[in-house]
Ligand binder design. Structure first.
Ligand SMILES: Nc1ncnc2c1ncn2[C@@H]1O[C@H](COP(=O)(O)OP(=O)(O)OP(=O)(O)O)[C@@H](O)[C@H]1O
Ligand SMILES: [Mg+2]
Length: 453
């Protein structure tokens, strides 16, 4: 058995403190005690405890001050705050400062022990995730950036679901980082050393989707010259990530549901049943409940997928992350474009933090890429990031300066045409796709890409 954790109790009332000590020692924990905030602070600085039970009101430093101090601690313990004022603002502040939970006095010991175990377990998982974040992800471009309370909550959740094999539905507006979250869950799971295979339910034509998912035998249909392993089979031992799940057509929904019920597949043209060994993650930016009500998405499939939900918050609800995120995205884009990473001026960062970002992180990323290409100096100023259209230079082609680069120019042209078509069709997407002479699905992809949906 793993040795029980060490715990700090900070409680100024001697009787309460000793009762807690006895309880926790009986449970096999190693216990340190402090009778006021200053003593607790000293103990926390010296010794590594896994959890701390902090009274909110203490002489010296109170529990909230200790919590603030712990933010700078390299490996802070999980904190449970004890308060006599359960609904008070202090309890809420404690949560915002990163306490795992708060317990109201008089304490319920059974509840305390359960919460304590959860807190320690959660800390182990999240700190593993953090370690992963900082070591392995640094420089790979997979690092998840953001310290806002909303993101911290997300890390906690990722840590919790990673340890299980349960199906997770990842939801959020487009460009919020759903795929990033899926990758983080996978890498941190028991299947993390195996592969994660992604199926984009929106981009594969329906006629190919089945073959793509389940594979086929040679000659299963015209054009099937060879046997092919489907993605479900290819992901064996690992994770299968079903992206854009809301875009599945009705007939594919039926097929997927059958697979999930039986947890086995058959390649097209074969009647050999292959048991599935995958962990399922799914993502969508659709309102699935509405789709269910409107009969566009099967309710039974919805319940199969929606075992645990993780909601990725839109960027405008975590504006405090924008400066750090912007710097990170700039470094990443500069590396990709083999450019010197510029610095972001304060007024540029301020401008970015004030925007709505309907296309979320992806839109921010595009904005910065464009600014990177336009801003030739080492500092990106407000006018670089704020300019809707770059100033036309003399050598511009149809208003596109050559320095803008092919990618950014094409994107700007594409976006402009899509906006025009949507305006002309009064927002009717099918009609807009007709005007643009592209497939409706492609239009949807583009709308998402440009944050126009
Ligand atoms: N917290 C973050 N830290 C760093 N990069 C991020 C973060 N969130 C998103 N990104 C980046 O933003 C881009 C969009 O992220 P991702 O593809 O995961 O979003 P998504 O929600 O799946 O979008 P869509 O709905 O369009 O499919 C990616 O380049 C990703 O690396
Ligand atoms: Mg995605």
């Amino acid at each position: 058995m793993r040795p029980k954790a060490s715990i700090l109790i900070a409680e100024d009332e001697a009787q309460a403190r000793e009762a807690l000590r006895a309880l926790l020692e009986d449970e096999g924990y190693r216990v340190l005690c402090a009778s006021d905030g200053s003593e607790a602070s000293a103990l926390l600085a010296q010794s590594a405890v896994e959890a701390a039970l902090l009274d909110i009101r203490m002489p010296g430093r109170d529990g909230l001050e200790l919590l603030r101090e712990l933010k700078r601690h390299p490996a802070p313990p999980a904190v449970l705050i004890m308060t006599a004022y359960g609904t008070s603002a202090a309890a809420i502040e404690a949560m915002a400062l990163g306490a795992f939970d708060y317990l109201t006095k008089p304490l319920n010991f059974d509840e305390l022990l359960i919460q304590l175990e959860r807190a320690i377990d959660n800390r182990r998982k999240t700190s593993e995730l953090e370690a992963y974040r900082s070591e392995e992800d640094a420089g790979t471009g997979l690092e998840i950036v953001g310290r806002s309370p909303a993101m911290q909550k997300l890390y906690k959740l990722i840590g919790q679901v990673s340890a299980t094999d349960s199906t997770v539905l990842i939801r959020g507006e487009s460009g919020t980082g759903k795929e990033m979250v899926a990758r983080a869950i996978h890498r941190h799971s028991l299947r993390g050393s195996r592969r994660m295979v992604k199926v984009n339910c929106a981009s594969i034509p329906e006629t190919l989707l089945e073959a793509e998912m389940f594979g086929h035998e040679r000659g299963a249909f015209t054009g099937a010259a060879q046997r092919r392993i489907g993605k479900f089979e290819y992901a064996a031992g690992g994770t299968l990530f079903l992206d854009e799940i809301g875009e599945l057509t009705p007939s594919t929904q039926v097929k997927l549901l059958r697979v999930l019920q039986e947890f086995s597949i058959e390649r097209l043209g074969s009647n050999i049943t292959i048991p599935l060994d995958v962990r399922l993650l799914a993502a969508t930016n659709c309102d699935l409940e509405l789709a269910v009500r409107e009969g566009r998405f099967r309710e039974d499939l919805y319940y199969r997928l929606n075992v645990v939900t993780i909601a990725v918050p839109p960027l405008r609800q975590r504006r405090e992350d924008i400066p750090e995120l912007a710097a990170h995205l700039l470094r990443r884009a500069a590396a990709r474009l083999k450019m010197q990473p510029p610095t972001l001026s304060e007024d540029a960062a301020g401008y970015l933090a004030g925007q709505e970002w309907p296309g979320n992180v992806r839109e921010l990323e595009h904005c910065l890429e464009r600014a990177l290409i336009l801003g030739r100096s080492g500092v990106l100023r407000r006018e670089h990031v704020a300019s809707e259209a770059p100033p036309a230079a003399d050598d511009a082609i149809n208003g596109f300066p050559i320095e803008e680069g092919l990618h950014a120019a094409v994107a700007r042209l594409e976006r402009g045409m899509i906006e025009r078509a949507l305006a002309a069709s009064g927002g009717n997407r099918t009609r807009a796709a007709e005007i643009l002479r592209i497939h409706r699905r492609l239009l949807y992809d583009k709308l998402r890409e440009y944050g126009l949906d």
